[in-house]
Design a protein around this ligand. Structure first.
Ligand SMILES: Nc1ncnc2c1ncn2[C@@H]1O[C@H](COP(=O)(O)OP(=O)(O)OP(=O)(O)O)[C@@H](O)[C@H]1O
Ligand SMILES: [Mg+2]
Length: 247
């Protein structure tokens, strides 16, 4: 195991630079009950636009829990998360839903495409939900499919696409409303190594285009393609400073 250093708020970035600020986040499931699980014990980190970070850690260490909290899908027990100067903890359900649809994109291991819709139609759905329709939605969806390298597969249904291509459609869909930040929970978990690497290259390109990307992965080589690897262990996040081994 390589050397790690506790990640603290002594980051040189000023708050204004940060698109995501996570402060003292704790999560206790079933608090006060016999089946209580103290998963997160004070998490602090920040991200700026253009950052591509990887989050690793043993199974059950709380990676998905942390991602769900910072992405506004789950409430923390204590602590705060802010995205683009808005503290998620202060938002009511409607405002949180709006924040998620406007500023956050999600990518999951299982792609989550709708089977009876084409690639193009899958990307159009979040645009329609955000009030963008017809030609404008179609043009935007085509442009997103071009960005992920799938312009020639727009009319294919998911079962006519490879796993890597399906994940590219899911990424185009996540980009539909031009979010600041993308959260990806084991996005390459269902892909072979080479296809996984191609998805990571796409993430690197998106980071260069100014997106912030936080990706959970179990794959050390994929994690090392990111700008910074964080390791979640025993409820705290450590910033990896030197070589790590598989988790
Ligand atoms: N809704 C819940 N209620 C109770 N405990 C939960 C709940 N969700 C997660 N946990 C517990 O929190 C811990 C962390 O789970 P989490 O899914 O975040 O781990 P993970 O690091 O993503 O694991 P994996 O690598 O296997 O995906 C686990 O011990 C899990 O059992
Ligand atoms: Mg998980």
């Amino acid at each position: 195991m390589g050397i790690t250093g506790r990640c603290s708020m002594e980051n040189t970035a000023t708050p204004a630079d940060n698109i995501l600020i996570v402060q003292n986040v704790e999560k206790i499931f079933n608090q006060g009950k016999r089946n209580e699980v103290y998963v997160l014990k004070g998490i602090n980190f920040q991200m700026r636009l253009g950052d591509f970070f990887a989050l690793m850690g043993p199974s059950g260490s709380g990676k998905s829990t942390l991602l769900n909290i910072v992405g506004g899908l789950l409430k923390s027990t204590t602590g705060s998360v802010s995205i683009k100067d808005t503290i998620l903890n202060d938002l009511d359900d409607d405002s949180l839903t709006e924040m998620r649809s406007k500023h956050i994109g999600w990518i999951f291991q299982s792609f989550g495409l709708i089977d009876n819709l084409t690639a193009l139609e899958n990307v159009i759905i979040p645009l329609n939900l955000a009030g963008v329709y017809e030609e404008e939605a179609e043009n935007r969806a085509k442009e997103l499919l071009r960005i992920v390298g799938l312009e020639d597969r727009a009319d294919h249904f998911p079962d006519g696409l490879s796993g890597g291509q399906q994940q590219r459609v899911a990424i185009a869909r996540a980009l539909a409303n031009d979010p600041f930040i993308l959260f990806a929970d084991e996005p390459t978990g269902n892909l072979d190594t080479q296809t996984g690497l191609e998805i990571i290259e796409l993430f690197k390109d998106l980071a260069k285009m100014g997106k912030a990307i936080l990706m959970v992965t179990h794959d050390v080589s994929l994690a090392h393609a990111s700008d910074q690897v964080f390791i979640l262990r025993d409820g705290v996040v450590e910033k990896e400073l030197e070589e790590i081994t598989a988790l």
